[in-house]
Design a protein around this ligand. Structure first.
Ligand code: URA
Length: 214
């Protein structure tokens, strides 16, 4: 199964790298499909690649990425243990906001990644990924408040770059992050109730061992 998920994600990544569905691929160095554990319980979704991400083809590898890694360490997690992706997969010029048609063009890639990984918690970083799940949400009002459906939780957080620009948000970002294990535990409980546990594989019949008397 790991193999299947990794292979499915690799196919999506290949399509992203070759994608010309919108203008964003022009003047970029690399597409940035996303990276991490195909079996991740947490999936983090940012906005779009910046300069460093475009150079390396990997998400969150600049200053925001360092900060995100420091937050993950609060939960004893490394970036390889989660999956990190973005709403748009090529760098918008001069790091401008992605436009609605660009987000729409990229949407299927992210949807497919979510289908393959089936994360228990989707953590949105910033307003563009938040808008997928909280269309009228205001980040200052809803950050750190999980919404649940039958498969997972959606958990809106400030964008790491916003916290770096405004360090006053740091305390609240850290507190929100520290609540993630609670959210994860609740989803596990909910999933346990919905999908009955898979029946145990039949055990091979135990052969009674003959006692050797002599
Ligand atoms: N900001 C994002 O939203 N995504 C990245 O990958 C890097 C910075």
């Amino acid at each position: 199964m790991t193999q299947d998920r990794a292979a499915a994600l690799a196919v999506i990544a290949e399509q992203v790298r070759a994608c010309k569905l919108c203008r964003l691929h022009e003047n970029t160095t690399n597409g940035v499909p996303g990276a991490g554990d195909p079996h991740a319980e947490y999936m983090f979704i940012g906005e779009g690649p910046g300069f460093h991400e475009d150079q390396k083809g990997l998400p969150f590898v600049g200053r925001s990425g360092d900060y995100l890694e420091s937050l993950l360490r609060l939960l004893n997690l490394k970036r390889e243990q989660v999956f990190i992706a973005n709403v748009v997969k090529h760098r918008p010029p001069e790091n401008r906001d992605p436009m609605p048609d660009e987000i729409q063009a990229c949407r299927a890639y992210l949807d497919q990644q979510i289908d393959v990984i089936d994360p228990l918690v989707i953590v949105t970083l910033g307003r563009f990924s938040m808008a997928r799940y909280f269309p009228n949400g205001k980040i200052t009002q809803i950050h750190g408040q999980a919404k649940y459906d039958e498969r997972r939780a959606y958990y809106p957080l400030f964008h790491p770059a916003a916290v770096l620009r405004n360090p006053d948000l740091g305390k609240s970002m850290e507190a929100d992050f520290r609540r993630l294990p609670e959210v994860l535990a609740k989803v596990k409980e909910l999933r346990g109730k919905i999908s009955p546990p898979t029946p145990e594989a039949p055990q091979p019949e135990e052969k009674p061992t003959q006692l050797k008397l002599f």
